[in-house]
Write a protein that binds this ligand. Structure first.
Ligand code: HXC
Length: 257
């Protein structure tokens, strides 16, 4: 594991901590390590939910431009898969995930936040996809996930201009879900996912998969994905526990394993 990305676990919540001062620029070492850390967070039974955090000052100011500046087309043909793999690894963690955004979430940093289920940001945070100002476009999923989240017109405004979006605008357009004072970002993000610790994890996993896979396909295919996942839950303890508890004790009393 790289010292630049750590997985810290406390009270059922795994924190993926990006730690490369001053701006948490996401170099290739971080991108490789991120894939490993996401796999570990996905697999560990003592992790029910995940927070991605870059510390009190900055979430991440993007890919490491100084590293990328030396790359050729042939270098990038190989490297560009990793750019998508590391955000894909995060998006595919089958557990609730939230980005705790302080300072800047730019370029690849914004794309990391976009790969989470939710985003909590500081009232003085700035988000954006400034790649256009470097003569490139977002390469870690930004053109796709941003457009799905805020719609094509807003995504084009943000990606074509490269401008920074402040916290209030981000909230208004649905780019972030909660804005809190900077000092409270990490605790607010933990609070948002803490409710899933000790919950029906197989059902939550199925719900996330149904929604995320459904967004990538037509309605009928999405409904079929839902049907299969729904039926599959009848082979799990979550369904057995949840329904037996309802029948015997009434709603909302179930304790899941
Ligand atoms: C490498 C970076 C960096 C980056 C900042 N630094 N961002 N180094 N890659 N993305 C470095 C600066 O060069 C500087 O190093 C130090 O961090 C502090 O940055 P300053 O610019 O002096 O700080 P400030 O004036 O506060 O401005 C902060 C900032 C600005 C707004 C975040 O640095 C900025 O605009 N950064 C670039 C943002 C960007 O373009 N991101 C997209 C990258 S492309 P020295 O050595 O001078 O102290 C991308 C492609 C995605 O992400 C592909 C998939 C991952």
């Amino acid at each position: 594991m790289s010292a630049l990305v750590r997985l810290e676990v406390e009270a059922g919540i795994g924190t993926i901590r990006i730690d490369r001062p001053p701006m948490n620029a996401l170099n290739a070492e971080i991108q490789h390590a991120f894939v490993e850390v996401c796999r570990e967070a996905a697999e560990r039974a003592d992790i029910a939910a995940v927070v991605v955090y870059g510390g009190e000052k900055v979430f991440a100011a993007g890919a490491d431009v100084k590293e990328m500046a030396t790359m050729s087309y042939t270098d990038m043909v190989e490297h560009s898969s990793l750019l998508q793999d590391f955000t894909r690894a995060l998006a595919r963690i089958p557990k609730p995930t939230v980005a705790a955004v302080t300072g800047y979430a730019l370029g690849g940093g914004c794309e990391v936040a976009l790969a989470c289920d939710w985003r909590v940001c500081a009232d003085d945070a700035r988000l954006g996809q400034p790649e256009i100002l470097l003569g490139i476009i977002p390469g870690a999923g930004g053109t796709q996930r941003l457009a799905r989240l805020v719609g094509p017109a807003k995504a084009k405004d943000i990606v074509f201009s490269g401008r920074f979006v402040d916290a209030q605008e981000a909230l208004a357009i649905g780019l972030v879900d909660r804005v809190v004072p900077a000092a409270d970002v990490y605790s607010a993000a933990r609070e948002l996912v803490a409710r899933y610790v000790g919950g029906p994890r197989f059902a939550v996993r199925a719900a996330k998969e149904a929604i995320d896979r459904g967004l990538e396909v037509d309605l009928e295919t999405g409904l079929e994905i839902e049907r299969q996942l729904f039926a599959g839950l009848f082979a799990t303890k979550d369904q057995e526990t949840g329904m037996r508890s309802f029948v015997e004790q009434g709603p909302g009393k179930a304790t899941f394993e």
